[in-house]
Ligand binder design. Structure first.
Ligand SMILES: Cc1ncc(COP(=O)(O)O)c(C=O)c1O
Length: 460
């Protein structure tokens, strides 16, 4: 199969960050020390880091120059007004509230509107939205379309909300017990699959009918806009900015982790229309994050976010971005490696239980693959499967595992070249050819609820 034509990087490199090569013996030692948990590996011992696309972007020369223009005034900084203007232009809401990252935006919003026993639907809640709802003794609920779990379906918008499930959910739980409806674009927990504008419109109409506020979890809004442009009828001629503006026009507000599509290393915000709610959110912000014109960020961060939000909507950038991810997927797919198809916006996901079909689910094939990939090539990936999402039955103590056992290879934005991508693909292909040698793992230390960050393992 021929590779799709991949656009050349629309940037050149002005500053380099050397990568450390390690020997196999060193990596073996590092793995033992880390208890076979890739989160415990010092980044200096990683050659190519595909752990996450969050906060790992390379900033542009404009953004670095912007840092120098940051206004660090405590109140009313010039940088805030620029930040506010850029966000209002793209998102179109009346109020802009900066936060230090996405989960702070979620915490402030949910603490203010969600109460004990409430229910909050989403296409699929990301871990932090789920956790920020659960800590309030409220209930997060996923309403994603079935095709999200069909790893081969060519449907263009597998991140969508299932409208009928949402309708039934509202009818059964009562709108009075649902403080807001959220939707995650792109749908990170469904392999970065996009959401269509038509779907957003339908969710919006259902929310309006039931007088429910509708918020987008928007950290990959620009990648989602690109998929709409390419896949949804009627949008081919629109700019990414126009599509993003339309997307947000159907919502009442959004939370944002700027660490993704704002092309920065830290930052976030809440943006919304409701005056009274904005007032309350700002009061909560002052207690935990900072004054409303900086909200946990430095003035220079606000500058970098403003510029990043403009750059991410440039089509040349996004063409290259999405094609780089697709190219990685194609290299693996051609070699017969089972992956989630089509590839989404920010990562390639390997079907680890199929890749290592000789390792049973309770010996964590996904985790074993992250260990093997580091051991062979110094490439860091992350398991999204049994270790991260197992559920323990309270009576029997037995664990049940999520539908999909995935290893995510997230691509940081503007950081790696095509030869880095080929290096990672070659390593995986080599591992695939001798996959029978890879062993499963057992957990020897763990700390719920987010055990994957700290657990220690032994190889079986
Ligand atoms: C969909 C989604 N929402 C929210 C967040 C939380 O953002 P942050 O890591 O900035 O707190 C993330 C982070 O990965 C995410 O992917």
């Amino acid at each position: 199969m021929a590779h799709s034509k991949i656009p050349v990087e629309p940037y050149r490199i002005k500053m380099v960050e050397p990568l450390q090569r390690t020997t196999r013996e060193e990596r073996e030692f590092v793995l033992q020390e880390a208890g076979f948990n890739i989160f415990n590996i010092p980044a200096d011992k990683v050659f190519i880091d595909l752990l996450t696309d969050s906060g790992t972007s390379a900033m542009s020369d404009r953004q670095w120059a912007g840092l120098m223009r940051g206004d660090e005034s405590y109140a009313g900084a010039r940088s805030f007004f620029r930040f506010e203007k850029t966000i209002k232009n793209i998102f179109g809401f009346k109020h802009v509230i900066p936060t230090h990252q996405g989960r702070a935006a979620e915490r402030i919003l949910f603490q203010t509107v969600v109460k004990k026993g409430d229910r909050v639907p989403n296409n699929i809640h990301f871990d932090t939205t789920r956790a920020n709802i659960s800590v309030l003794n409220a209930h997060p609920f996923n309403c994603v379309v079935d095709s999200a779990y069909d790893v081969a379906s060519a449907e263009p918008f597998k991140g969508n909300m299932d409208i009928e499930t949402l309708r039934t959910f509202i009818a059964e739980n009562g709108a009075e017990n649902i403080p807001l409806v959220m939707m995650t674009v792109t749908n990170n927990s469904a392999a970065g699959q996009p959401v269509s504008l038509d779907n957003i419109k339908q969710v919006s109409a259902l929310c309006r009918k039931n007088k429910l506020p509708f918020f987008l979890d928007s950290c990959r809004f620009a990648e989602n806009s690109y998929f709409i442009k390419k896949r949804e009828e009627g949008y081919a001629k629109n700019t990414l900015l126009e599509i993003a503006q339309e997307m947000f026009s159907y919502a009442d507000g959004a939370t944002m982790s700027a660490k993704k599509d704002a092309l920065v290393n830290i930052g976030g915000f809440i943006t919304l229309n409701d005056n009274a709610l904005a007032h309350k959110l700002k009061n909560t912000l002052i207690v935990g994050e900072g004054f409303p014109t900086y909200g946990g960020l430095a003035g220079r961060d606000l500058e970098a976010v403003s510029l990043g939000l403009e750059e991410v909507l440039e089509e040349d950038y996004m063409e290259h971005r999405i094609h780089q991810v697709r190219y990685f997927g194609e290299l693996l797919d051609e070699a017969g490696i089972p992956i989630y198809l089509p590839t989404g916006g920010h990562a390639v996901y390997i079907l680890a239980d199929k890749f290592l079909s000789h390792i049973p689910r309770d010996q964590f094939p996904g985790w074993a693959l992250t260990v093997a990939l580091y051991r062979e090539a110094g490439v860091r990936s992350v398991e999204i499967g049994g270790v991260m999402f197992a559920k323990k039955d309270k009576k029997s103590g037995k664990e049940s595992f999520p539908k999909l056992e995935l290893v995510r290879l997230a691509i940081p934005r503007r950081v790696y070249t095509l030869s880095h991508i080929r290096y990672a693909a070659d390593a995986l292909i080599e591992i695939y050819q001798k996959k029978e040698k890879i062993r499963g793992l057992k957990i020897v230390e763990q700390e719920p609820p987010l055990r994957h960050f700290t657990a220690r393992f032994e190889e079986i």
